[in-house]
Write a protein that binds this ligand. Structure first.
Ligand code: ATP
Ligand code: MG
Length: 566
């Protein structure tokens, strides 16, 4: 039996209850969900929650989940983002099958629905300027003002709408608005704009259109066209639900949708993670100000960056499962995400040795030309993964921090005259060390006890408290290793002070070291993952690493070093 936590029972939640009730009552015959990103940026960790939820529910109830690119704003959308979104959803482990859609696939149908709404007196062309529309909208405490164009005759609105589409007017000259209620306490119902004029190239439809539908119009109708049963979105859309329902009901009355099977919208709490920012605007700011190298900089909270950092799809799915789904907003501590990644990586990452800050150790009683092969297990819980060998020679590298000239209390590693175990090899006694002119220790000398080899009968004769790792000085591979840490020092970047969120950046979020790696790491393939003993989990960089010239990124340390910080 595998003890994989992915087999743990999944927690139930209110969305599952709703779906189960709908299926039991026969209100829906199949569960159809969708993930509807706007292709104006890369997906972030928050989107992972929506993806896992939408695809996960469809899977669980034998339904399907559509991937729909909500491409209704040509000014901000690009093919690059479409490609990246598809790749990230696949990488997370989900498949939309045939159901890859674009809101722009529906431009003709959306236009026909708008015509029908105008004809039925539920929409009108407003010729006020954007400023007038804004100032006549009223406030939360004050009703809005009806537009002077609100009661223009149906035929006049229709004719103007056709001329808008034909490109006869400049941007902003007219808009199409729903005719609902300018005094509604819900601002979304105060005659929301449905279409606007935008003379701009669309990444898919080119210059075929110069009017584009707004999200609040295109989204419910796209759901209905695709037969979505449960339209699941984040809480900020709760106030849009009355508009969602109003619109579908009016279009159904006009005979363009089936009233018996309209989709329904349900809201859940979005993911907020401490020590991160998840808004696309802020992510773009980080890129444009040069704080990070791009969308896939391993410190970014995007899925492409998480992948490059070494996070795993299983880790993300485990995390989303663990944090659950609720109807009230809250914050999840970043350490929960890291913990899920650690758990999965612990299971799948072969063990290796890397010395991140090399210090030379010369073993006086090992001859110059001697090479002994020491065996090290590839994984303590997977004996079937076997062992690899590491050459043990007269000159090794050890970690600089594993030697202290004047040890502090509780330091059990190498000290002058002290003993330590060289893991997988011998017990060593330190016989001396030398310093450079600047007073830095540059070399350690020592002698091994030849009968103390790990695994031999004599190993137990030597009681030493510490064990340290090492690599052979001549056979090790020198490589760039990037040590990543959190991007922000404060749990809620930008909050609680006057300044910018960028004032809370962690100046040490990336440290580059030139490490010495055990020889077997030389031929690592891009995206190979390892645990470097005592240092954490690492991945060969997917962009810069090559077999023969590896570059590693630290995914996460072995222990949570943050929750203990003040
Ligand atoms: P942002 O606000 O970060 O720019 P967005 O909401 O504009 O993101 P969309 O492309 O519109 O990004 O989002 C696609 C889907 O992902 C939507 O259904 C949205 O509700 C969901 N989503 C976005 N952010 C989160 C989050 N932090 N947690 C859960 N779901 C999210
Ligand atoms: Mg959005």
């Amino acid at each position: 039996m595998s003890d994989s936590p992915s087999q743990a029972p999944e927690a139930s939640h209110f969305l599952r209850h709703i779906i189960e009730d709908d299926l039991a009552a026969g209100r829906v015959s199949a569960v159809v969900t969708r993930f509807p990103p706007e292709p104006n940026g890369y997906l972030h960790f928050g989107h992972a929650k929506s993806i896992c939820l939408n695809f996960g529910l469809a899977q669980r109830y034998g339904g399907r989940c559509h991937l729909r690119l909500d491409d209704t704003n040509p000014a901000k959308e690009e093919q690059e983002y479409v490609d990246a979104i598809e790749a990230s959803v696949r990488w997370l482990g989900f498949d939309w099958g045939e159901h890859h859609h674009f809101a722009s696939d529906y431009f003709d149908r959306l236009f026909a629905c708008a015509e029908a709404l105008i004809q039925a007196g539920h929409a009108y062309v407003d010729s006020q300027s954007a400023d007038e529309i804004r100032s006549n909208r009223g406030t939360l405490t004050q009703a809005g003002q009806n537009s002077p164009f609100r009661d223009r005759p149906v035929q006049e609105s229709l004719a103007l709408f056709y001329r808008m589409r034909a490109g006869e007017f400049p941007d902003g000259a007219h808009v199409l608005r729903a005719k609902i209620d300018m005094a509604s306490p819900n601002m979304n119902l105060r005659d929301p704009v449905l279409y606007r004029i935008r003379h701009s190239e669309h990444h898919r439809t080119g210059s075929a259109w110069c009017i584009y539908p707004l999200y609040d119009y295109a989204h419910p109708l796209s759901d209905a066209f695709e037969g979505i049963s449960h339209s699941i979105c984040t809480l900020e859309f709760e106030d849009h639900r009355p508009l969602y329902d109003w619109l579908l009901a009016r279009v159904a009355e006009a005979g363009l949708l089936r009233a018996e099977s309209l989709p329904r919208q349900y809201e859940f709490a979005r993911l907020n993670l401490t020590y991160l920012v998840l808004s696309k605007r802020k992510l773009v700011d980080l890129i444009e100000s040069g704080v990070v190298s791009g969308w896939d900089d391993p410190r970014m909270p995007t899925l492409v960056a998480g992948r490059r950092r070494g996070y795993t799809p299983e880790g993300f799915r485990r995390f989303i499962e663990q944090i659950g789904v609720s109807k009230s907003d809250g914050w999840i501590d970043y350490s929960v995400l890291e913990g899920c990644m650690r758990e999965h990586l612990n299971d799948i990452a072969p063990r290796r040795v890397a010395v991140l800050d090399p210090l030379r150790l010369v073993i006086e009683n090992v001859p110059e030309d001697a090479v002994e092969l020491c065996e090290a297990s590839n994984h303590p819980h997977h004996p079937e993964w076997g062992v690899r060998t590491m050459p043990f020679t007269r000159e090794l590298f050890i970690e600089r921090e594993d030697f202290m000239e004047v040890p502090t209390k509780g330091f059990f590693r190498l000290t002058p005259g002290g003993r330590v175990r060289l893991k997988y090899a011998y017990v060593l006694e330190c016989t001396g060390f030398s310093k450079n002119a600047a007073g830095e220790v540059i070399e350690i000398r020592g002698r091994i006890f030849e009968d103390s080899r790990s695994g031999s009968a004599g190993a137990d004769l030597y009681k030493v408290k510490g064990a340290i790792h090492w690599v052979c000085a001549h056979h090790s591979v020198r490589a760039e290793v990037r040590l990543y840490d959190r991007l922000f020092l404060r749990s809620n970047p930008g909050a609680g002070h006057e300044g910018d969120f960028k004032d809370d950046l962690n100046p040490h979020s990336m440290t580059v070291v030139h490490a010495a790696l055990e020889p077997s790491l030389k031929d690592a393939q891009p995206e190979d993952r390892f645990q470097f003993e005592r240092h954490g989990y690492f991945i060969a960089d997917g962009v810069d690493s090559r077999p023969g010239a590896p570059v590693f990124n630290r995914t996460v340390t072995l222990k949570d070093s943050w929750t203990s910080k003040p």
